[in-house]
Design a protein around this ligand. Structure first.
Ligand SMILES: *Cc1c(COP(=O)(O)O)cnc(C)c1O
Length: 452
């Protein structure tokens, strides 16, 4: 008898097919990415790294990798194929983001961030990062994390207009002299001024780190600036959000690449090697080579011209959706969006609790998440906002007509939700949600999820 798990996977396929994924950090991977992830590579232990020796030849990267016997720094034998796969992932990631080095082993974005902190900082050192309540990320110093117990995080915020408060960032940098200045966020809809932050960091000799987990696909697709082009030393990212690869992390850096066997001095130039040693053996064990293979496939996809079109369409759709929402009375944080993400102040727009609205949208098959907005009080219980984005629905091929339709459904659901004082009371309006649920399903089925 087949394990129950497979039955549940089938049900999840139906959920994904029949609903619309508006969570801005989610996406649908290609069949090839899925295949690499579900491969026999999971059977292999590969602690260590492939070599970083120059591959000198005029042929394509793929041909050179296949032909070259690579030495390695691994603990176990049998790496002949694994080394080439990991090296391919590294080379493609470097090309995609114009980096001098890539570490493709972090199991997740959280691991990638912690590995960078551990590579550069001593316990107690200061890290300047965006306030979680203003759009930053848990891994940027939330008190519940291990990182916050090891390092001292100093938060900077956003202005009333929703942009980074660069003056505050500069003042804090000069006062506190942090070892790292971190630009990164999970609920922010503007394009950061990397150049300005780099100048501030250079004044105090800080490591400049960007956590681009949300927008990496936009950077890869050429519709968002790349922090590594503006003097940033390190960029971390997840590979599963706009980048549309398997669930995992990635660290890109600028500097001199050398053997991870030698412990280098802690200089900005040595960052790539410090990071490699920090990922393994510093903070992780054996790499997930099946996931690394899927990363290599996804990076290969992102290097193709079609991906540039995809990235541009994500932003175009987000702008259209933002405009359609505004027309229907939704008040947007920052007045709109410059990337893939929209933050709606549903409290100010419709007097709604973000959590109740999230649950109501769930009932019609529109998935997004409640999100606190800067200045929210008792945010965990009554967040004023919801966060949504267009990466996943753009993968399904949706465009302006569908954005308009989604905004219409969101308005209808907001008006029904206004009548409910709590999540439980939403059940009383089941009959009103039903026809909208049917419409959402009908449209969703017209835009297939890749590989399902
Ligand atoms: C999603 C995200 C992460 C964490 O990634 P995980 O893979 O969930 O650990 C880190 N930083 C930012 C900015 C993110 O958006």
């Amino acid at each position: 008898m087949k394990d129950l798990v497979f039955d549940l996977i089938e049900r999840e396929k139906v959920r994904q097919k029949e609903g619309l994924e508006l969570i801005p950090s989610e996406n649908y991977v290609s069949k090839e990415v899925l295949e690499a992830m579900g491969s026999v590579l999971t059977n292999k232990y590969s602690e260590g790294y492939p070599s970083f020796d120059e591959l000198t030849a005029e042929r394509s990267l793929e041909e050179r990798i296949l032909d070259t016997e690579l030495p390695n720094y691994r603990y176990y034998g049998g790496q002949v194929n694994i080394d080439k796969i990991e090296r391919l992932a590294i080379e493609r990631a470097m090309r995609l983001f114009r980096a001098d080095h890539a570490n493709v082993q972090p199991h997740s974005g959280a691991n990638a961030n912690e590995a960078v902190y551990y590579a550069w900082c001593e316990p107690g050192d200061k890290i300047l990062a965006m306030n979680l309540a203003h759009g930053g990320h848990l891994t940027h110093g939330a008190p519940v994390t291990r990182s916050a117990h090891i390092w001292k995080f100093i938060p900077y915020g956003v202005t009333a207009e929703g942009d980074i408060d660069y003056d505050e960032l500069e003042r804090l940098a000069l006062e506190e002299k942090p070892k790292i200045i971190l630009v990164g966020y999970s609920a922010f809809m503007k394009i950061p001024d990397f150049e300005r932050v780099a100048k501030i960091g250079q004044k105090i000799g800080a490591l400049l780190m960007a956590d681009m987990a949300h927008v990496a696909g936009l950077i890869a697709g050429g519709v968002h600036p790349n922090p590594l082009d503006f003097g940033f030393h390190v960029m971390t990212t997840t590979t599963h959000k706009t980048l549309r690869g398997p669930r995992g992390g990635l660290i890109l850096s600028k500097g001199k690449v050398s053997s991870p066997l030698r412990k280098p001095e802690k200089t900005l130039e040595n960052i790539p090697t410090l990071i490699d040693r920090s990922v393994f053996p510093g903070t992780q064990g054996g790499p997930l080579e099946h996931v690394i293979a899927a990363k290599a496939v996804a990076f290969g996809e992102a290097l193709r011209p079609e991906f540039r079109e995809y990235a541009a369409k994500i932003v175009e759709n987000a702008k259209t959706l933002a405009a359609e929402l505004k027309e229907r009375g939704f008040i947007l944080q920052g007045g709109g969006t410059e990337n893939h993400l929209i933050l709606v102040n549903v409290e100010a727009s419709f007097g709604l609790n973000g959590k109740v609205y999230e649950k109501a949208l769930d009932k019609v098959g529109l998935t997004l998440n409640a999100n606190a907005l800067p200045g929210d009080k008792a945010a965990a219980f009554r967040p004023s906002g919801v966060r949504l984005g267009t990466p996943a629905i753009t993968t399904r091929g949706m465009g302006a007509t569908e954005m308009k339709q989604i905004a219409e459904w969101m308005e209808k659901v907001a008006k029904i939700s206004q009548k409910a004082a709590s999540e439980e009371e939403l059940d009383e309006f089941a009959e009103e949600f039903k026809p909208i649920r049917e419409e959402v399903r009908e449209m969703a089925l017209k835009f297939p999820v890749p590989s399902i």
